[in-house]
Write a protein that binds this ligand. Structure first.
Ligand code: BGC
Length: 336
């Protein structure tokens, strides 16, 4: 098979997006400002080869289960499933070789649409069932990137897919995102322990650094001495969206780049939003324009199901029954 290295889509409003088939990863989103200057608002590797393993999960589709599962274990239909443990004894983003580093097939490639698919065989990373997943990326003329997920399995299994782009709305200039302003429409997070595993409790954001219900400068409270922030070394929390009806797509978050004034609006029909402020980027990889990817170089806004749902029966269920269809949407919209 001829593997296209860079896949490009664009719209009539000056947005040009490129992808890599490894991880179905978004590599760049070139956005045209009012004054016709261009800004690439996502982080990426300086060296393309890194998309094959994608250790930082830059721009990828994370799965089968995005985020963490405690001890990599859970019960499904009364049977213990033991997944690979790739994060301090826990399971993160689908294991050693999750969807982020698998080579996806290109199903359709048009001017403004790219559709990729992946077949993950039964027992891949020890997950039950052969799962067929499709992700469709469409950029419309409102500068909205729609990410649509479909999946089905030949056995009961679990699933949680997300888009894992790191955004910096000021571009790839080596500066951090601490002066970006963020707003998240959520009253609660799922509380985490020191390993970032949910305790099972919900925590009201009111009066804490996690209260982002009004536009807030990210750097304002990121270093506040608050246990939930200390555990994650910044923001790395699942915000409860009270939303899990497919096709009930709601606005859940907004982000503004202080230099470019680019505004991003995030919409989804998923029940949670992981806001990760890039706390574990440590300069080991080079990004674009020769800048090292350091702490807070970019941030992720990942609509998804809650972490460790298979071990928390009071969380929205991530079980995908044999023959059922998993269908969810994420929209990232840009304006200036
Ligand atoms: C998680 C972080 C993790 C990162 C890895 C994020 O989705 O919330 O805890 O370190 O992915 O890139």
């Amino acid at each position: 098979m001829n593997i296209p290295k860079t896949l490009k889509i664009f719209n009539k409003k000056g947005s040009i997006l490129t992808f890599n088939s490894y991880g179905a990863s978004l590599k760049s989103w070139n956005f045209e400002l009012k004054d016709k200057n261009r800004v690439d608002i996502v982080l990426g590797y300086g060296d393309e080869i890194n998309y094959e393993s994608n250790p930082l999960y830059l721009g990828c589709i994370a799965g089968r289960y995005a985020n963490r599962i405690a001890n990599g274990q859970f019960l499904l239909n009364g049977k213990l499933v033991k997944l690979t443990q790739n994060d301090n004894g826990n399971h993160l983003h689908g294991g050693q070789k999750g969807f982020s580093s698998k080579l996806w097939d290109v199903v359709e490639h048009k001017t403004n649409t790219l559709i990729l698919s992946l077949e993950s065989r039964d027992q891949d990373e020890n997950y039950p069932g052969t799962l067929k997943t499709t992700v469709s990326y469409t950029i419309n003329d409102l500068n909205e990137l729609k990410v649509a997920f479909y999946a089905f399995s030949d056995m009961d299994t679990i699933i949680n897919l997300t888009q894992h782009s790191y955004f910096n709305l000021n571009g790839n200039t080596g500066e951090d995102i601490l002066n970006h302003k963020i707003k998240i429409n959520s009253n609660q997070i799922t509380e985490i322990d020191h390993q970032l595993i949910p305790t099972g409790k919900f925590l009201d954001v009111k009066g804490t650094p996690l209260d982002l219900r009004k536009f807030t400068r990210i750097g304002k409270m990121i270093n506040q001495n608050f246990q939930q922030m200390n555990f994650a070394k910044g923001y790395d929390h699942n915000f409860v969206l009270n939303n899990n009806k497919a096709n009930n797509i709601k606005k859940v978050a907004e982000l503004i780049g202080d230099k470019t004034k680019i505004k991003m609006c995030v919409k989804t029909d998923l029940p949670g939003l992981q806001f990760y402020s890039g706390n574990f980027l440590d300069g080991s990889y080079e990004g674009k324009n020769g800048f090292k990817l350091i702490r807070n170089s970019g941030l992720c806004l990942e609509p998804q199901y809650f972490p460790d749902s298979p071990n928390n029966s009071h969380f929205p269920s991530t079980i995908l029954k044999k023959g059922d269809v998993y269908a969810h949407n994420i929209i990232y919209g840009l304006s200036n």
